[in-house]
Design a protein around this ligand. Structure first.
Ligand code: ADP
Ligand code: MG
Length: 245
């Protein structure tokens, strides 16, 4: 595999029982690329992105992340996960830990960093997402937008080369969407590889190297955002975008 490839998904199929959720997905993400995945609810977007760090297991095809093929070998899964940050729709912060503790827990127990160093790194990233003053609060004391920015900071604390986002703004009140998108836009500007499931088309226009449209467990088409949005090839893409734009 090319060393410039961050993620290579080749011929990936997956079933939930008898239901085939992914149907022969091929997708290459080059280092530094920012891929936006969109498509109707139930089309398999979350499943695909979760397969990329083995939160879900595929049954056919291969997924190679930074040169490591994802198999059941735990060692490989750990190596991949330590290099891939993930941000979910519902933040998934630990409610009984402070913001700072949320950001240091994996550094201390997975990276085995001393408390002082983990705290320094956490504060650096909390500053990066503009909420260092919330370090001693609990997630429940923060707005949704602030919690999501903590989730992004927490992921960044592990120094990932790839960030996966699964609809990071879709659980937020409209007035909080921008602060999270702005954080993601600034990450994109730093050159981190990003795969982001989102329907925020302005975000896609601004940062995506390519937009992938999924429907029914398949990639229907992918293209640069300006091309995909202005001249989609497939009827299904047109119909979907017609509802969004
Ligand atoms: P999307 O993120 O595009 O909305 P998902 O990947 O979440 O789609 O789900 C794709 C399909 O797989 C949906 O029909 C969903 O109901 C089904 N599905 C998702 N997770 C499971 C699961 N754990 N067990 C069974 N079916 C699932
Ligand atoms: Mg989803």
């Amino acid at each position: 595999m090319n060393t410039q490839t961050a993620i290579q998904v080749a011929g990936v199929s997956k079933w939930y029982g008898a239901f085939q959720v992914l149907k022969g997905i091929d997708l290459t993400v080059r280092k530094g690329e920012r891929i936006v995945i969109c498509g109707p609810s139930g089309s398999g977007k979350s499943t695909l992105i979760r397969c990329m760090n083995r939160l879900e297991v595929h049954q056919e095809g291969s997924i190679v992340v930074n040169g490591i093929e994802l198999t059941n070998q735990l060692k490989r899964i750990d190596r991949v996960r330590s290099d891939v940050g993930m941000v979910f729709q519902h933040f998934n912060l630990f409610p009984h830990l402070t913001v700072l503790e949320n950001c240091t827990v994996a550094q201390r127990w997975v990276r085995r960093l001393p408390k002082k160093q983990a705290t320094e790194i956490a504060m650096k990233y909390l500053e990066r997402v503009h909420i260092p003053e919330k370090a001693d609060k609990y997630p429940g004391q923060l707005s949704g937008g602030q919690q999501q920015r903590v989730a992004i900071a927490r992921a960044l604390c592990m120094n990932p080369s790839i960030m996966l986002f699964d609809e990071p703004t879709s659980a937020l009140d409209p007035e909080m969407v921008k602060e999270v998108l702005d954080t993601m836009i600034s990450l994109a500007a730093d050159g981190i590889t990003m795969v982001c499931v989102t329907h925020e088309m302005n975000f896609a226009r601004e940062v995506a190297s390519e937009v992938v449209f999924m429907d029914g467990g398949q990639i229907i088409e992918r293209n640069q955002p300006d091309i995909l949005f202005s001249a989609p090839t497939h009827e299904r893409t047109k119909r979907f975008l017609g509802k969004l734009l």
